[in-house]
Design a protein. Structure first.
Lengths: 625, 625
């Protein structure tokens, strides 16, 4: 993740800034300030939000570099800071005197304010503005750039216009709900919380029109506290759920929290891909029915992955159960990390689990009109994924660990320095040393002495049957009574830790076969290979290397009697090729099943997040056995 | 089919007329005539075409009733005739002096003519106008209603505007191509054929813009004569192919015909559902990749079925191979017949092969905003299927038989009276007697004496292994040398037939299991039951009757060791229920597969075209075994 963060902080952020300028999405604010709109405005109705997400990403990145406290970063920080302030200034200039801020609505010749709530994204854009402002306060509380004031003026206007006595409606794309709760947290202003509550509670009351996709598309079909499962547009659904968790936690609304826990549980059990991806429909970018999880038409939008992590993270904070961190890990590795190229300058918008045709060329210099490009593209007409990936990678450190009164909880494993002070005054400093997920060993070096016992909790993922834990004293000797073999959940070591002591977690990351629930029709009779938290895929580019004459992954049968194994850093499975004819009609009592060849070949799989880095290929995650 | 045609001619046509008036789509022509547009115009940009398709359906229905020559139909004919002329008059009044005819474009306050070719459907609408006019000429050549003149004036304008020296582009929705060829056939005007050729040849030259769905959406990605398979929007693709066959036949272009034969072959082998349905994507109503045929997300648009029949019919006329008639039959029974309710007043727009959730209620009195309603709906915002079904049913007789110099070919089996005169002067009258497909016996009674031998050809469907044929003389005695057991294709009996002789075809219509090509991932490990040309489905409403406690078809496993059987008019299969728990995560080495119960139950299947006639249900065509 460190390398990902480095690429993100350098290549990706400047890539995004370049495209935001090139496409005129930042310049829209300049046009607004100079009174030149609507002529010359470019981009879709929600393009302002990409600028705000970019700001949020930069704020996190400045915070990340500052926390690293490395003199070598000073130049980068100064540059990001200047860029951040420059964009904030341009946004500020476009804000109207009453606080309204949107380059697409409200001026002569534009649609009026707040009249197209179902598709206009006005409140959605503000939600991202609020998140950017909150990220800035969290990472640089003393900043005097004025972003938080911009956010407050806009939020004040929203409360006035949409309050108890205002317009009794909401945005067709949830997002402002969590933005408002977060803004109330950093400002202490209760009105924002109240407004978030109004927006959350208006969902499911039919305030928006019925549309082709149904009101479920924007979660206006059922009240949040009555729903059993996420449905409709997968980003909208997860943003709303995340905001509703924030609200439930702030208001102590256990009924609402229970409803969200139920929705999370059912969504994960029935409507989530093995990658953690969510969304089975291209048409409406939406969840399908239970167990409707086609590989070849998986939408698994990158932004839905980001949104799902936001929902799970809030559930984890609220309830402390490892399953939430498990899904975060799975989604980080197999959805969010799949989107950007290794260079960080092209992206998957949607993440198919089965590529039937080698990709068309995706130009590095052209906007893709297609969300479902078969190669990563540098930018999209709707380009929500690049800044969404960027803000997630820049803020990754926030997902690694938490602290409570009794100790520290490690949720994600990566090399990290962790420092906190418990309520009782115990200072804790830890160094996490690991090559995870390449290796399953996670060492936590304790750097501080504690007078009182405290608890170090380490997540044992659900897949990690056979995990074990060893505690060593400062001399390196095992402390037998503190060591244990572990069940999935949190392994807890409670101890008055001394500096030099070390906790060693061993997670079994050998590759394994995983089979699907039989109700998932799309992958009946198939297996997937996983290794630790990573899902693996077969790419056609690897077939020839293995001596297989078939050139398409469609013509490969897995030999499930041979367990997957690891050699020379590759995960290998045994397969057989076949060379079926295509008959006149693909149904009958004698359709050509073309028995597989007798010879078995070992072929290397790639981590799914690395697929399509070597040019066009066919690919499948689920392998027919 | 007789009952279907009766319902179509009575209930469906008046249903459509009522909705066309109610939604103002006919009134748009009145507004155009009175100069009141654009204010008050209702419906989408292509709503004019529904009026034309309705006119085509009425023309066919008048022809059908007239041919039946039953005095009892006189009142109905007169009523349809009056209705037809009334609508034609209203259309005529809206035509502009230069021949332009479209209620959506070209007036002050409307988009200009011919500027939005990719989405405007102006030429598409005219194609349907031409088809209506041609149907009228074919069924009532002496009609003085003026429709053919309206069509000619519009076609003349098109030739002028889009000719060799005109706008070098085409319509985003193919249809005018076949309309122009047909119009050239009935008028003898070669300019229309030339214009059709220009439009066909412009496909694949990139004259329309790239869009999110790609240029393949409107078949502007590859020249027609270079393509190997149908792709993009399934209705557009089939209409274009049908028009291109017409063109190839009229111009003797064997290269073009060969390309279309290749496309038909590959499309049927790789991109067609077992129902004959085409189109795997909801998003762009398009073909998917090869073998991408999900049951639960099958789009299988009703209109794509109609369009596929039009393509196959033209290939059948051009090449005379039974496989074309096979697909027509399959598509008629399992796509087109599936759309309308038994009452003929509600319709499926899309035809899923797997319903995972019991349907929501579909109001009999409201326009559905959704193409993919889970119950049949009376009308849609885009309501192309009702008039498309109506014109197909009204013209069904045209698909039953053909004649050539040497005899008569029977392609579809239904009770029918067939009369023709061969080139040599031999008069032929036949009576087809059959209860097909309920029963497999088809009797062809010869009513005329022939001095010369002629050939009666009877289609033996590809599924009908073991079919046999008996020829009987006027006394009912078998003529052994003329009888035969048959291979799929056309069984031919060449004979100087005498009145009173009879040909008896026996098709084996016992229910049978059919398995899928292993490359169709979506139905791996499943079987479907077919009986004759009909595909069968399991509906949850039948589970309780069979004593099965599971209430959802998801919880049923087929016992494939027990062949399907027929009893009391029902097709029965052996199944076992299971009651799986839903675990926290649907992937793993121990996901709950819930072994099926030991007890086997026989459950009745329904013909797929009859599903959802008994209220909301879950349903699946492919049964996991």
């Amino acid at each position: 993740w460190g390398e990902r963060q480095r690429v993100n902080g350098t290549a990706t952020l400047s890539h995004i800034a370049g495209w935001l300028e090139r496409e005129g999405w930042i310049a829209n604010f300049d046009l607004a300030a100079s009174g030149a709109l609507p002529e010359g405005r470019r981009g879709r109705e929600f393009s302002d939000s990409e600028v705000y997400k970019y700001l949020e990403a930069v704020a996190w990145e400045i915070g990340r570099l500052s926390a690293a406290d490395d003199a070598a970063d000073a130049g980068a920080i100064a540059e990001l800071e200047a860029q951040f302030r420059s964009v904030v200034d341009r946004v500020a200039a476009a804000q109207e005197t009453d606080g309204y801020l949107n380059t697409r609505f409200g001026r002569p010749g534009q649609e009026p304010r707040w009249k197209n709530l179902e598709w206009g994204h006005e409140l959605y854009c503000l939600g991202h503005l609020f998140q950017a402002a909150v990220a800035r306060v969290r990472t640089r509380p003393d900043a005097d750039d004025g972003l938080i004031d911009i956010a407050r003026r806009a939020a004040d206007l929203v409360c006035e216009v949409f309050g108890d006595d205002g317009i009794q409606s909401m945005c067709g794309h949830a997002e402002i709900e969590l933005g408002l709760v977060e803004l109330s947290r950093v400002t202490g202003d209760e009105r924002y919380l109240r407004q978030a509550q109004l927006f959350v509670e208006r969902h499911g009351t039919g305030v928006l029109p019925d549309i082709e996709f149904g009101r479920s598309y924007y979660q206006d079909d059922l009240p949040v506290r009555e729903a059993d499962v996420l449905r409709g547009h997968a980003v909208r659904a997860n943003y709303l759920a995340a905001g509703a968790v924030d609200l439930a936690v702030e208001t102590g609304d256990t009924e609402l929290l229970g409803a969200l826990e139920r929705q999370w549980t059912n969504t994960v059990a029935r409507r989530t891909y093995v990658t953690g991806g969510q969304g089975s429909h291209h048409q409406d970018e939406a969840f399908g029915d239970d167990f409707e999880l086609p590989s070849d038409r998986a939408y698994s939008e990158t932004c839905a992955g980001v949104a799902s992590i936001m929902f799970s993270w809030r559930m984890l904070l609220a309830e402390g159960e490892s399953r939430y961190a498990d899904l975060i890990e799975r989604t980080l590795f197999n959805v969010v990390a799949t989107s950007p190229s290794a260079e960080g300058t092209s992206f998957y918008y949607a993440n198919t689990l089965h590529q039937r045709r080698p990709a068309e060329h995706a130009s590095a210099d052209e906007v893709s009109p297609r969300a479902s490009s078969s190669l990563r593209a540098p930018w999209f007409e709707v380009s929500c994924c690049p800044p969404n990936v960027a803000r997630t990678f820049a803020s990754l450190a926030a997902y690694v660990a938490t602290a409570d009164a009794g100790g520290v909880q490690l949720h994600q494993y990566a090399p990290a320095s962790i420092r906190t002070t418990l309520d009782g005054g115990t200072e804790i400093a830890l160094e996490v040393e690991t090559a995870y997920p390449a290796e399953g060993s996670v060492g936590v070096q304790v750097l501080t002495d504690a007078a009182e016992p405290w608890t170090l909790s380490l997540r044992v993922p659900a897949w990690a049957a056979g995990a074990s834990l060893v505690v060593r004293d400062a001399a390196g000797a095992e402390v037998p009574e503190a060591s244990a073999s572990l069940e999935p959940g949190y392994a807890r070591v409670t101890r008055a830790f001394a500096a030099g002591e070390r906790v060693e977690l061993e997670l079994p990351v050998a590759p394994r076969f995983t089979s699907p629930d039989p109700r998932i029709d799309a992958v009946r009779g198939c297996l997937v290979v996983e290794r630790g938290p990573e899902v693996f895929a077969l790419e056609s580019v690897d077939l020839a290397e293995a001596g297989i004459t078939a050139t398409d992954v469609a013509d490969i049968l897995l030999d499930a009697t041979v367990p997957p194994r690891e050699a020379d850093g590759h995960v290998l499975v045994a397969v057989r090729g076949r060379h079926p004819e295509i008959g006149p009609w693909p149904y009958g009592d004698e359709v050509d099943a073309a028995p597989a060849e007798a010879s078995v070949h070992e072929v290397a799989l790639v981590p799914y997040h690395e697929w399509a880095q070597r040019g066009p290929s066919t690919m499948r995650v689920w392998l027919p056995a």
